[in-house]
Write a protein that binds this ligand. Structure first.
Ligand code: MGD
Ligand code: MGD
Ligand code: MO
Length: 830
C-alpha cells in the first residue's frame, strides 16, 4: 500500500470502532484526564511504523501514517485494536488453585483458565514471596527469567529490561543464548564469514539496483517481512522494491525466488519462482556447485585468495569421499528441481553480477546451519563477495537492512542489568553445577530433563532444574514449539509469572498475571528506522493506562519498592527524567556531527531527523585487502571447511556443508507415508507474531469462520473433500487444531501454511475453555505450534526447528467449538 492509497481508503471506510459494550463501558469511565488531556494529534511509533494519532474525548479516534512514511503497512488499521480489545488484561489476577495452595498447587490445572482478581499489592507480594521461596529452596538455578521477545518499541519502557532489572535485584537467574529468529544462522556464520551476518548491515539497495544482473531471493519474502521493524519502522526499503519491480519489468534485473510457495514478494515483483521441495535446498545448492566445477565455471582465483578448505570440500562434492557425486541428477531427485534448471542456474549465477539474498526461514529447520554455510560456499565459488550488487546477504528482508544508515549515535535505553556495585537481595551465584545460560529454544527440554548434559556449539550445557519462570515482552505459548510437550513441562513448574498487556496463552498458563499498559498509554522515545537510524521519534502518550494496567516501569518500581530498592531501581528518576536523560545523552554523543534541539523542542516537534546515509558495500574492505581487513573467522578467510567445527565431531554438523536427511520431510522423505503434508508456519502478513491477533476488527479481515486461515493446495483440498471456507482439522501425533480453509494455487501439493502468531485456544474434549489444560486438547483457533517439533537444529546451534514438521488434515465433521483464545479467563470468586 502506498501513502496516497492509504489516505484515500481512510476517507472511504468507516474506521475501526470499539467492540463489545463490556469494553466500551469501563473505557469511558476511565477516559483520559492526564497530562496530555487536550484532544488533538500526537506522534508515536511502533514496530509497524510511526504515525499520528488523534485523540477525541480522551479516546484514540484516528491513526494515520507519519508524514515521512511513504509506504505504510496495512497493519496500521489494526493499531487501535491493540488498545481497545476484549483480550486486555484489566486487573492483576492469580490462578485459582495457586491462590489457594501457592507452590503446592495442582499444576495440572494450569491452563484451565480459572483466575481470581486481586489487588496490585497482593499480586506483587505473592510474586515476591514466590521468588523468595525459590531462591531459598533452590537458589538461582531454580529461576528462569531470561527469555526475551518482541515486546513493544520504546527505549525507556522496553518491558523485558524492566522485568530483568527488577528480578535481578531480587536474585540471579537462568538466562538464554541465541534467539528463535536466527538461532542456527547466527551460530554457524561466525565460523564461515566471521560475523553473525544475519544482523549485519547489508550492501545498500541503490548499489544492488545499479549493479546486479541477477538477484536470488532464497527462502525470502521481503515484501511481507519488511512491514515491521525492530524499532519504529520507516518502510524505506519499499521504495527500492518498487524500483526493483520496474527493473524486472524492463528486463534489466532477473529476480528468481527459490521457494516452495509463491510469495507475496514474487507476486509484487512479477519475478520468477523456482519451486524446491521443502527442506532440500542444500541438495539443490550442491547440485549447482557440482555443475560449476564440472563446467569449470567457478572462480578459482577468488577461492584461492579469499577462502580456506575448498580442497577438503571438493572430494565430498565430487563423491570421492562418500561415493555419492552431488551431480544435478542426484540433487534433482531430492529437491524436485529439474537437472536442466540446476545446470542453467550454475550458468546464470556465474554469468553476470549475482546477489544472493537469504531469508531466515530456511535455517529454522533441522540442520538449519547447512543451507547457510552451503550458500556462502556457492557465493565464494561465484567469486563476487565484496562487490556491489554481488555476493551474499542474510538480512535484506529485515528491519530495513540495505537502507544506508545515517551514522548518528542512537539513544541508549533503560538498563536491563543492575548498576555497578548493586547487589541482589539473594546474593547467590551457586547454580549447583548447572549451566546458568542455556540455548534459547531448549528451555522446555531443560524443565523436562533437569541435569541432562547436551552439546552446544563446542561446549557442554547441563540443564538446571527450573522451578519458576517469569515472562515479560515475550509470548512463549506462541513462540515455542509443541504445545502438549509444553503442558507436560509446565506441570513441573511451581510458579509462573507473566506481565503482559493481553490475555495471551502464556498468561493462561501462568499463576500470576500482571496487567501492563500498551505502549500508547505511556511516554517514550525510539529510534526511527532500525538499521537506517533515520532519527529520533517521540512516542507521546495517547491515553491513560486502561483499567488497572500500569506501565512496566511503574510495575517494577512498585516491585522494587517492596524489596526496599525503589530508589536504586529508578535511580530516583521519573518517566520524564529518564526520557530527558536518554535524549540528552544522545545529543551529547552526536555533538558536532548531528544537530539535535533541546528536549522540549524535540518533544513538541515529535521528531529529530538525522538525514540520509551513504551507500555502502558489505565485505568490500575484505575484498580490497584480506590481510589488512580479515574476516572474524579463525583464519581471517571464508571457511569452506572449518577445522574448529570438525573438531567438535558432531554427526549432525560436520566440518563442511553437508546434505543430511531430516527426521520429518514431505515429498517422499521420512515420515511422509503417515503424515504426508509439510506445515510451514511462516511469519504472518497481518501481524507481528502474536501481536495484533487480539485486534478484533482487523483480525476479522483475514479469519475464516473466526479461525486462523490454513492455506491449502486446490488438489490436496479436493482429495479431502474440502472447499474454500470450510473448517479443517490439522493434526499429527503431537497435536491437533482447527483452522479455516483458504484454497490457493500459491501453495503446491503437499504443503500447507498456517502463520505463526495465531493465538493458542485449547478446548477440552467437551469443547470447554476450562478443559484447555488437557493434554491433546484441540486448538480452537489454529496455532501451528500445536503441531511443530521441539528439537534442536543440531549439536552446534541447538536452535528452533519449527519447519521440520509433517501433518495431515481433514474436513472437520464434529461440533465446532467456540474460539477460546480471545475472551480472557474464567473469573472466579473465592
Ligand atoms: N512455528 C513457528 N514458531 C515461531 C516462529 C516461526 O517462524 N514458526 N518464529 C519464531 C521467531 S523468529 C520469533 S522472533 C518468535 C516471536 O515470539 P515472541 O517475541 O514471543 O512474540 P510476540 O508475539 O511478539 O510476543 C511479545 C509479547 O509481548 C507483549 N507485549 C507487547 N508490549 C508489551 C509491553 O509494553 N509490556 C509487556 N509486559 N508486554 C508487552 C505482547 O502482548 C506479546 O504477548 O516466535 C518464534 N516462533
Ligand atoms: N509481517 C511480518 N513481518 C515480519 C515478522 C512478522 O511477524 N510479521 N517477523 C519478523 C521476524 S522476528 C523475523 S525472524 C523475520 C522472519 O523472516 P523469515 O524467516 O525469512 O520469514 P518467513 O516469511 O517465515 O519465511 C520466508 C520464506 O521462506 C520460505 N521457506 C520456508 N522453508 C523453506 C525451505 O525449506 N526452502 C526454501 N527455499 N524456502 C523456504 C517460505 O515459504 C517463505 O516464503 O520476519 C520479520 N518480519
Ligand atoms: Mo524473529
Amino acid at each position: 500500500m502506498n501513502r496516497r492509497d492509504f489516505l484515500k481508503g481512510l476517507a472511504a471506510t468507516s474506521y475501526v470502532t470499539l467492540s463489545g459494550a463490556s469494553v466500551l463501558a469501563p473505557l469511558n469511565a476511565l477516559a483520559n484526564t492526564g497530562a496530555n488531556a487536550n484532544d488533538g494529534w500526537l506522534t508515536t511509533g511502533s514496530h509497524f511504523g510511526a504515525f499520528k494519532m488523534k485523540r477525541k474525548n480522551g479516546v484514540i479516534d484516528q491513526v494515520i501514517p507519519f508524514d515521512r512514511d511513504q509506504y505504510p503497512t496495512d497493519m496500521i488499521n489494526g493499531i487501535k485494536g491493540l488498545v481497545y480489545n476484549p483480550s486486555r488484561v484489566r486487573y492483576p489476577m492469580v490462578r485459582l488453585d495457586f491462590l489457594l495452595n501457592g507452590h503446592k498447587s495442582d499444576t495440572s490445572q494450569r491452563g484451565d483458565f480459572r483466575f481470581v482478581r486481586v489487588t496490585w499489592d497482593k499480586a506483587l507480594s505473592l510474586f515476591k514471596d514466590s521468588l523468595d521461596e525459590v531462591q531459598t529452596k533452590y537458589g538461582p538455578s531454580g529461576l528462569h527469567a531470561g527469555q526475551t521477545g518482541w515486546r513493544a518499541t520504546g527505549q525507556l519502557h522496553s518491558c523485558t529490561s524492566h522485568m530483568q532489572r527488577a528480578v535481578g535485584m531480587h536474585g540471579n537467574f537462568i538466562k538464554k543464548i541465541g534467539d528463535y529468529s536466527t538461532g542456527a544462522g547466527q551460530t554457524i556464520m561466525p565460523y564461515v564469514l566471521g560475523s553473525t551476518e544475519v544482523y549485519a548491515q547489508g550492501t545498500s539497495w541503490q548499489l544492488i539496483l545499479q549493479e546486479s544482473n541477477t538477484i536470488i531471493l532464497w527462502s525470502n519474502d521481503p515484501y511481507k517481512n519488511l512491514q515491521v521493524g525492530w524499532n519504529a519502522e520507516t518502510h524505506e526499503s519499499f521504495a527500492y522494491l518498487a524500483q526493483l519491480k520496474e527493473k524486472v519489468k524492463q528486463g534489466k534485473i532477473r529476480v528468481i525466488s527459490i521457494d516452495p510457495v509463491v510469495t507475496k514478494t514474487q507476486k509484487y515483483l512479477g519475478c520468477e519462482q523456482l519451486y524446491v521441495n521443502p527442506q532440500t535446498d542444500v541438495a539443490l545448492m550442491l547440485g549447482i556447485a557440482h555443475e560449476m566445477v564440472s563446467q569449470n565455471l567457478h572462480d578459482k582465483s577468488f577461492i584461492e585468495g579469499y577462502s580456506l578448505g575448498f580442497d577438503q570440500f571438493l572430494p565430498y562434492l565430487m563423491g570421492e569421499s562418500d561415493g555419492v557425486p552431488k551431480t544435478p541428477e542426484w540433487a534433482s531427485k531430492i529437491c524436485g528441481v529439474s537437472q536442466e534448471i540446476i545446470r542453467d542456474l550454475a550458468k546464470v549465477m556465474t554469468a553476470g553480477r549475482t546477489q544472493i539474498m537469504m531469508g531466515w526461514c530456511i535455517q529454522r529447520q533441522q540442520h538449519g546451519e547447512q543451507p547457510y554455510w552451503m550458500a556462502a560456499v556457492l557465493a565464494t565459488m561465484i567469486g563476487q563477495i565484496g562487490l556491489p550488487g554481488g555476493g551474499i546477504s542474510y538480512g535484506h528482508h529485515y528491519s530495513g537492512i540495505g537502507v544506508p544508515s545515517s551514522g548518528a549515535a542512537a539513544p541508549g535505553a533503560f538498563p536491563r542489568n543492575l548498576d555497578e556495585g548493586q547487589k541482589p537481595l539473594f546474593d547467590n551465584n551457586d547454580f549447583k553445577g548447572a549451566s546458568s545460560t542455556i540455548p534459547v529454544a531448549r528451555w522446555i527440554d531443560a524443565i523436562l530433563e533437569p541435569g541432562k548434559t547436551i552439546e552446544a556449539n563446542g561446549s557442554k550445557v547441563t540443564y538446571p532444574d527450573i522451578k519458576m519462570m517469569v515472562f515479560s515482552g515475550n509470548n512463549p505459548w506462541n513462540h515455542h514449539q509443541d504445545r502438549n510437550r509444553m503442558k507436560r513441562a509446565f506441570h513441573k513448574l511451581e510458579c509462573v509469572v507473566t506481565i503482559d498487556t493481553n490475555w495471551t496463552a502464556t498468561c493462561r498458563f501462568s499463576d500470576i498475571v500482571l496487567p501492563a499498559c500498551t505502549t500508547f498509554e505511556r511516554n517514550d522515545l525510539d529510534v526511527y528506522g532500525s538499521y537506517a537510524n533515520r532519527g529520533i521519534l517521540a512516542m507521546q502518550k495517547m491515553v491513560e493506562p486502561l483499567y488497572e494496567s500500569l506501565s512496566d516501569f511503574e510495575i517494577f518500581t512498585r516491585f522494587a519498592t517492596l524489596m526496599g530498592k525503589g530508589e536504586q531501581y529508578t535511580r530516583g528518576m521519573s518517566e520524564f527524567d529518564w526520557l530527558k536523560k536518554l535524549y540528552n545523552d544522545c545529543k551529547a554523543d552526536n555533538d558536532g556531527n548531528f544537530a539535535m534541539p533541546d528536549f522540549d523542542t524535540f518533544w513538541q516537534q515529535g521528531y529529530v531527523h538525522f538525514g540520509e546515509g551513504e551507500p555502502w558495500t558489505r565485505h568490500a574492505d575484505f575484498r580490497d585487502d584480506p590481510e589488512i581487513n580479515p574476516l572474524g573467522t579463525p583464519s581471517g578467510l571464508i571457511e569452506i571447511f572449518s577445522r574448529k567445527i570438525a573438531q567438535f565431531n558432531y554427526d549432525d554438523c560436520p566440518g563442511h556443508p553437508t546434505w543430511i536427511e531430516k527426521t520429518e520431510r514431505s515429498h517422499g522423505g521420512p515420515g511422509s507415508d503417515k503424515h504426508p503434508i509439510w506445515l510451514q508456519s511462516c511469519h504472518p502478513d497481518h501481524r507481528l507474531h502474536s501481536q495484533m491477533c487480539e485486534s478484533e476488527q482487523y483480525r476479522a479481515t483475514y479469519t475464516v469462520q473466526g479461525r486462523e486461515p490454513v492455506f491449502l493446495n486446490p488438489l490436496d483440498a479436493k482429495q479431502r473433500g474440502i472447499k474454500d471456507g470450510d473448517i479443517v482439522r490439522v493434526f499429527n501425533d503431537r497435536g491437533q487444531l482447527l483452522a479455516g480453509a483458504v484454497v490457493s494455487n500459491r501453495f503446491p501439493q503437499g504443503i500447507v501454511r498456517i502463520q505463526e502468531g495465531a493465538w493458542y485456544g485449547p478446548v477440552g474434549k467437551d469443547g470447554s475453555k476450562q478443559g484447555g489444560n488437557e493434554i491433546g486438547a484441540l486448538c480452537s483457533y489454529g496455532d501451528p505450534n500445536t503441531l511443530t517439533q521441539d528439537i534442536g537444529t543440531s549439536k552446534l546451534a541447538q536452535a528452533c526447528s519449527a519447519y521440520t514438521c509433517l501433518v495431515e488434515f481433514e474436513r472437520y465433521q464434529g461440533k465446532v467449538p467456540e474460539v477460546s483464545s480471545f475472551s480472557g479467563p474464567i473469573e472466579t470468586l473465592i
